[in-house]
Ligand binder design. Sequence first.
Ligand SMILES: O=C[C@H](O)COP(=O)(O)O
Length: 553
Amino acid sequence: MYFSLARTTSYLDSLLTLLSSSPSTAQALDALDAFIIPDFIALPAVVQTIRAAATAAPPPLLVGAQDCAGEDFGPFTGEVSPAVLREAGCAIVEVGHAERRRLFGETDEVVRRKVAAVVRNGMVPLVCVGEVAPGDGAAGEVVRQVAAVLEGLEDGADVVLAYEPVWAIGAPEPASAEHVRGVVRRVRESEVVKGRKGRTRIVYGGAAGPGLWGRLGGEVDGLFLGRFAHEPEQFVKLIHEVAGVEREKLSDVPYVAQLKNTSDFGQITVGNAQKWDSSEPAQGYFSYAGGDEIVQLAQSNQQLVRCHTLVWHNQLPARVRDSNFDNATLIRVLESHIRNVVGHYKGQCYSWDVVNEAISDDGLSYRSSIFLDTIGPAYIPIAFKAAAEADPDAKLYYNDFNIEFASAKTDKAVELAKMVQDYGAKIDGIGLQAHLIGGFVPSASALQSNLERFTSLGLEVAYTELDVRIPVPVSAADVAQQELDYANIVASCKNTARCVGITVWDYSDDHSWVPAIFTGYGSALPFDADKKPKSVYWAILNAWGPKRECRRH
Ligand SMILES: O=C[C@H](O)COP(=O)(O)O
């Protein structure tokens, strides 16, 4: 209850103008299920206005209602029937918002009846859940709520869960990314969600605003916006952000200017735009605008492109991640995705990260994912084979973290590479992500021995996502250690004949993922927030020495 009727009308007019004002906005909108939820009185007019402005059916902007009755018709004066909402053109109905629970005494049982009513009337319930106070019990509380409100629901129905920690609603800041990821993961792993046949998407709400999406690291399926979408420009900005975070970075002029300096950067990696959720946002619908933008930037500057990534358990659309595809169907879906995406970029990628992070964190097994659980480890060589067919000249990589030093995970990565080779599929390289911690980086010779475990299989190697995080605020001692760590990494690659590259995971501290993910750490990159080289930049150059050749194998 924030907008008057007049404000809703002017908001919608401005929003529709903005959404149709540029092809990239239209494309970003196409990649998402964007919706607005006006009040009941405005709703029919909003539906009509959106339909009238749309050039395609269904319109790209869906309309939702803020609540509904648990019954379709009858003696419930003052209530709004879900059947009437459907008749009015609603696609989504929000139920169980924290304010309805707190102010109007709605219980899980009331919410459960409303969820069932929304589904019964052919709409998607947007079910709000969230713990009342922050603390360790959050995930348990939310999982219990989800189980209660979905109980008895038709199994195949699509559901959107809006995870909104009650204490974050209306707060200045959202919950930390770490907290959100932890709770959402527990909800996804819960019996009630895992056992469902229908799609269960989880979006985050509660002071959700600019910058949050990138920090959530692909764990949620979307954002549920309140205040931060009250201005149409902000809503459009967030649509862009969710559709592909790179675009926002590309509007940072000093960032792009420095990126074009080929003395420092001989190659660019596409960060998010080629991941499955961006490149194939709907089944069989491919969206390349975000990836193309980065590839063209690199090409205009004669830089190589590392293309990233085809098969990963994260940033995978829920329709695949939570699917019940059988073995043959999932193989078809996997191969089709790879064929299309690699085919689109044929001849433009120096390398592809074909499979990313397929090994469990303890290194003892392959990581559980829809691919492993449905197809078995054979999905890995199947993916490599499909990629090789789509672009025989691209170097095909397996990419992972914590394989930069001797560990069970490194042993497993060696086993994985051999498995792909034994299968007869082409694998050219191993990408060692190298998200490292200052003071915990092995010596150059130990790092080199590790690299040689892979090169002895006939593969090339590269450090693909290097950053060395240190505690912030930084101390002189930690910075000195970080310089040594970077120098050891560089020396290990320089001294390994088939080490072909070192890529930092973004280059300036303002665009680093580290502060949002690793509480208390930062300053992980060679350039500061003003894009000025830091001492580790010079440590990197010194470690490489005067002769800087570009190796290609
Ligand atoms: O309905 C909106 C949500 O409750 C979040 O509101 P907020 O983003 O303004 O905190």
